[in-house]
Write a protein that binds this ligand. Structure first.
Ligand code: GLU
Length: 449
């Protein structure tokens, strides 16, 4: 069930398929944006002649490199790493690094492509990029992680800089990994260039509220979508997929807004606690003890961990996919709709399949696509860059207030743009067009780039 493209856009998409064979996630991300751009080309025909869309679909630069490293037993391993510098019309390339065995060029390109529009939506001066490696951090010792990160940065450093390309974290990359990368960058360049990475530790240039930002931002976005429908999160039941950084802080903010979290998950199964998830226990298990979420059920009576269970079959008012791409498909969407779900917001990048996303829109569910709903993370990265540039450090309250203002603004822009282009309430249309026009106008002003 893939929507047809405007006749001016179909050949552009065919060209993307032809030039990027086998990269299905990248195709999916491009198609999802092109689907919404028909009315934009009708309104601004000059964008057709200047081939802005074709230019945006082609990364400015793609770097692929070898990362050799040695494990604790002395055995040598070779991984492949990527940095796709997609678009720098609005600022230095900005986007996280993902360490996961599923990583290949198609995943990094889909993420980098989405990042262009997401970053534009934040209103901050950041371009779009993404990187990562097929390295699997699971079960590795701190020393192995350190050696891998040092080897990766030994190549990557030459492509970075606070005015050039500024990585951060993503799946499998948190403060520990960023610390090792920053240390190696500093050592090689002999520069304490705080603004070259974001998501840093608080003691060495990081920003307060960055850890919380993606999850908090997603929930601020949900609250705004519900407000637009004269509703709120108060008293709602919520399920959140994942149990990483995004999921944990989405749960925390939803609870602060009066919601009850009844389930979360990890890659092996789902955790259901109808009495309401005990977030302190989740934090201790995940952040302090680095254990699997299944161990929660051993400690909290009344909760259960279901191996290979389907999270989306747990009846809820609000669903927040915060784990990974394509984790929620058409049949999951059907179940959620039948169970009376009223809002879905993507804390992860592209967690809903094309079919699921279209079903939510057709059922008039408040559906916040990742580009808008999870933009709080990268927006706070831009706030970290701002603090680094002025050698300042803001309070948690101030930083969180800035994050909330940014999310309210993103919601308003998406809402108004969707209405302007004839799709009121459709945040996919609103997010894609708002982000696209910002980037297109900047590129246009800079000549043929
Ligand atoms: N990886 C996050 C994202 O998908 C954050 C990127 C950043 O902070 O640069 O937006």
């Amino acid at each position: 069930m893939v929507a047809r493209l405007d006749e001016k856009l179909e050949p552009i998409f065919q060209d993307v398929l032809h030039r990027n064979p086998g990269e299905s996630e990248f195709h999916q991300a491009v198609h999802e944006v092109l689907e919404t751009l028909g009315p934009v080309l009708t309104k601004y025909p000059n964008l057709v002649d200047s081939k802005i869309i074709q230019r945006i679909c082609e990364p400015e630069r793609q770097i692929i490199f070898r990362v050799p490293w040695q494990d604790d037993k002395g055995e040598i391993h070779i991984n492949r790493a990527f940095r796709v510098e997609f678009n720098s019309a609005l600022g230095p390339y900005k986007g996280g690094m993902r360490f996961h065995p599923s990583v290949y060029l198609g995943i990094i390109k889909f993420l980098g492509f989405e990042q262009i529009f997401k970053n534009a939506l934040t209103g901050m001066p950041i371009g779009g990029g993404k990187g990562g490696s097929d390295f699997c951090p699971k079960g590795k010792s701190d020393n192995e992680i350190m050696r891998f990160c040092q080897s990766l940065m030994t190549e990557l450093y030459r492509h970075l800089g606070e005015y050039t390309d500024v990585p951060a974290g993503d799946i499998g990359v948190g403060q520990r990994e960023l610390g090792y990368m920053f240390g190696q960058y500093k050592r090689i360049t002999n520069r304490y260039e705080s603004g070259v990475l974001t998501g840093k530790g608080l003691g060495w240039g990081g920003s307060r509220a960055r850890t919380e930002a993606t999850g908090y931002g997603t929930v601020y976005f949900v609250q705004e979508m519900l407000k637009a429908r004269n509703d709120s999160l108060d008293g709602k039941t919520v399920v959140v997929s994942g149990s990483g950084n995004v999921a944990i802080y989405a749960m925390e903010k939803a609870m602060q807004f009066g919601a009850k979290i009844i389930a979360c998950s990890d890659s092996s199964g789902i955790l259901v606690d109808e009495a309401g998830i005990d977030l302190q226990l989740v934090k201790r298990i995940k952040e302090v003890e680095r254990r699997r979420i299944s161990t929660y059920a051993d400690e909290k009576p009344g909760s259960r961990y279901v191996k290979a269970g389907n999270l989306w079959s747990v009846p809820c008012d609000v669903a927040l996919p915060c784990a990974t791409q394509n984790e929620l498909n058409g049949s999951d969407a059907k179940t959620l709709i039948e169970n009376g779900c009223i809002a879905v917001a993507e804390g992860a990048n592209m967690p809903c399949t094309t079919e699921a996303a279209q079903m939510f829109q057709a059922a008039d569910i408040a559906y916040g696509p990742g580009k808008a709903a999870n933009a709080g993370g990268v927006a706070t990265s831009a706030l970290e860059m701002q603090q680094n540039a002025s050698r300042d450090s803001w309070t948690f309250e101030h930083t969180e207030q800035r994050l909330e203002d940014i999310m309210i603004n993103i919601h308003r822009n998406c809402f108004e743009t969707a209405a302007e282009f004839g799709s009121p309430g459709n945040y996919v249309v609103g997010a894609n067009i708002t982000g696209f026009l910002k980037v297109a106008r900047a590129m246009d002003a800079m000549g043929l780039i």
